[in-house]
Write a protein that binds this ligand. Sequence first.
Ligand code: HEC
Length: 142
Amino acid sequence: MKKALCIMIGLLITTSHKPLLAKTNLHGLVRSGQYAKGELRTTPQPETAKQSVDGVYIVGTYPLYTPELPPGEGREMTQGYCNMCHSVTYITMQPPLPATTWAAEVFKMIDTYGALIPEDETKQIIVYLQSHYTPETRKNTK
Ligand code: HEC
């Protein structure tokens, strides 16, 4: 009789915990992002996410494409040299940067990461980036 009572109590405890185990909104859960189509040359900066109240973080959409760089003198050179190590999305995903920052970026690629870009081409690439990706010259920011 005592044994049966123990089993009954045990079952009661186990089943009463079920709703807790079935809960999916656990704290600290990170939902993965999804890939989505986007317009060319318009990689916008991600929107500032709302603060999560329950510790569930949701990653926004990732662009699925490598954007085309705007036409202009130095475009092919920029694509050729910068694509050697990474896609040109690294350029377009930056917020509009001041002209001096773009020059510093290119020299960082050469001095720190060992990009092999001849001096003449370096100058042309910097001019290209400054003509399309500064706050004054960038046309395609959303
Ligand atoms: C020799 C390889 C190499 C070449 C060539 C190269 N990069 Fe990079 N670049 C890197 C590395 C490595 C990083 C850092 C990657 C990371 O942190 O994920 C980087 C990162 C960047 C970033 C992100 C910001 C930063 O400073 O980390 C920008 C912008 C960038 N590169 C622009 C360029 C441009 C413009 C060119 C062409 C002139 C270029 N890269 C060519 C290796 C290279």
